[in-house]
Write a protein that binds this ligand. Sequence first.
Ligand code: AOF
Ligand code: ZN
Length: 371
Amino acid sequence: MGEPELTPMQRALRLARQALGTTSPNPSVGAVLVRDGVVVGEGYTLPPGQRHAEIGALEQAGPAARGASLYSTLEPCCHFGRTPPCTRAVIAAGVAEVHLAVIDPNPRVQGQGSRELEAAGIRVLVGEEAGPAGELYEAFAKHIATGLPYVSAKFAMSLDGKIAAYTGDSKWITGPEARDLVQQIRRESDAVMVGVNTVLADDPQLTVRQHVSGPQTGRQPLRVVLDSRGRTPSQARLLREPGKTLIFTSQEAGAEHAQRLTSAGAEVFAVPAAPSGMVDLGAALRELGRRGVVSLLVEGGGTLLGSLFDAGMVDKVYAFVAPVIIGGRQAVSPVAGQGVAKMAEAWRLSNPRMQPVGSDWLIVGYPQARR
Ligand code: AOF
Ligand code: ZN
């Protein structure tokens, strides 16, 4: 009520978004079956090994699927993975027409699914809502091609580019609406990462609070701490929250810290140290990708974000900007590290998008590779 009427593809997108964060390493897909202008079936992807979106919609529609149009946010699969191919089920159900937003970037599908549908006499139309659907699958596209998680960097800063006062006080820079949106982004992420300095300074929970909209699955993204020397306190709040915490240490940490943190409820994983002595970021990302973490949200602090930018490992930026001025030479900013030497080498966001959120702004974009 009061909501503008959605097109079938927009409905499918909304279904797909609801399942984000619960399907990895699979993409989250939404499917809507329409016959004579009436929605006769809807579905979204269930967790890995369970049914795909199209199957859910077909099951709901039953015999009404015959002659219907299927709207799917992703090309139906045509391979035996953990589940049988959706194309077969679509053909068997007698669907007349398939609208798909984008082609599946999985090399085992990649156009083959739509060719199979066409070969069976089904009309296939590609590209409706391709923009939003492409964004929905940007993380999946990277992970399926490289095995690495898609890295989103999130920070909240003042107009003068600070993330705290010179005293370290940082609660709060942005308002409640922006902080709620961060919860939403966490809910859609497979893992949330911080550096140990942030654990020591802020003692964050890194959880999705239950008031956030969407299905209340109780699921929490994996919490990840980069902590080369094992300095996370046993009493840290994030160790006591529901869900799992994974702490990457380097061999420098020593067995007693690993044991202490394991007894405190974390999983400790040692990777080689980078020349800086910090955890080797590439090794940590590879391990996360291997575990099926497709989307990784990095929430700071400046040291970790600086290292990630220096290494060219940031795929997407969520920058919240609050209309406040903090000042202070000692007050820190969101991205430390080495930084670039010349403006010409600065990371520039391609397609930056700016939207008001409460009394703050959110700027989203993709840091462009330096030449
Ligand atoms: C679809 N509909 O809802 C999803 C698809 O191991 P499986 O059988 O679950 O297959 C996983 C692959 O299927 C995944 O890599 C991607 O290519 C596709 N995902 N396809 O038709 C869906 N989630
Ligand atoms: Zn499928």
